[in-house]
Design a protein around this ligand. Sequence first.
Ligand code: BG6
Ligand code: MG
Length: 220
Amino acid sequence: MIKACLFDLDGVLVDTAKYHYLAWKRLAEELGFYFSVHDNERLKGISRMASLDILLEVGNVADKSAKEKLEMADKKNGWYLDYITKMTPEEILPGVQDFLHDLKSRGVKIALGSASKNAGIILDRVGIAPLFDVVVDGNKVANAKPDPEVFLLGARGLDIPPSGCVVFEDAAAGIEAAIRAGMRSVGVGSPDILQRATVVIPGFDGVQWPDLELKMSLSL
Ligand code: BG6
Ligand code: MG
């Protein structure tokens, strides 16, 4: 019996990947190289500093000190904040609000498990913060996905064992984190990228919790 749903944020509840991309691309341009949408795929679900390392690798930039890297990550985050502080409820992905409200009405607990240190700002801006019983974000974890820490902390906060939790994720690293946490998972996106998920859905539009719950129990 599933008692709790743990949601990733970026790419699952809101499409913030485009804002991360615009801010990273701007940093790459300042450093003198082009950062493509294709390269950006590698940053999904990955922490801020790990994302910077990938960006610098793409641009063949090897001579930066730890202090310079922190300054670059701060600069990128400033540009990212310019975008996300202007977000509105219209940017919640289709079907998400209905799905969350339906879970609430059924007594299923809801938690956030995100690598982002900006998760609280985004939830407030798009107006869904009150729906979450527990929020675990990048400020609360020491180990990034695929480490299971973020989801285990969420389950602990809800007081539900991992076997009673299901994780919703758009990144392969997040599905791996769910598996390592001993939880079932719903991949949100393409089955090619999310093969290890218990079930994959293209998005939340028209998705009914009883159908999803049944599919997950059948695929155990
Ligand atoms: C994840 C995103 O949710 O958060 C990553 O998928 C991002 O792309 C990471 O790098 C960290 O986000 P932030 O907001 O702390 O820089
Ligand atoms: Mg994500």
